[in-house]
Write a new protein. Structure first.
Length: 75
């Protein structure tokens, strides 16, 4: 758990830290598999009490792009 999460937990004791394994901070094609539905459920329920996080285990790790793209303008 990050220091920021620990601080948040002190301020919001009913909070929940959820991390998607192998994921970064961007949303990608895997968002709809787990993070999207979890977010929607949290908003609809206004609570973390009954979030079903079992989907976290099935989210695939995104590929890591190593392709170098030329800058715009051909420079």
């Amino acid at each position: 758990m990050s220091p920021a999460c620990r601080s948040a937990r002190q301020l919001f004791p009913d909070s929940r830290d959820i991390a998607l394994p192998g994921q970064g901070h961007d949303t990608n094609s895997t968002w709809d598999l787990c993070a999207g539905p979890l977010t929607q459920t949290f908003i609809e329920q206004a609570s973390v009490a009954h979030l079903d996080t079992r989907c976290l285990a099935s989210v695939p790790t995104p590929s890591f792009e190593l392709t170098i793209q030329a800058p715009a303008g051909g420079g």
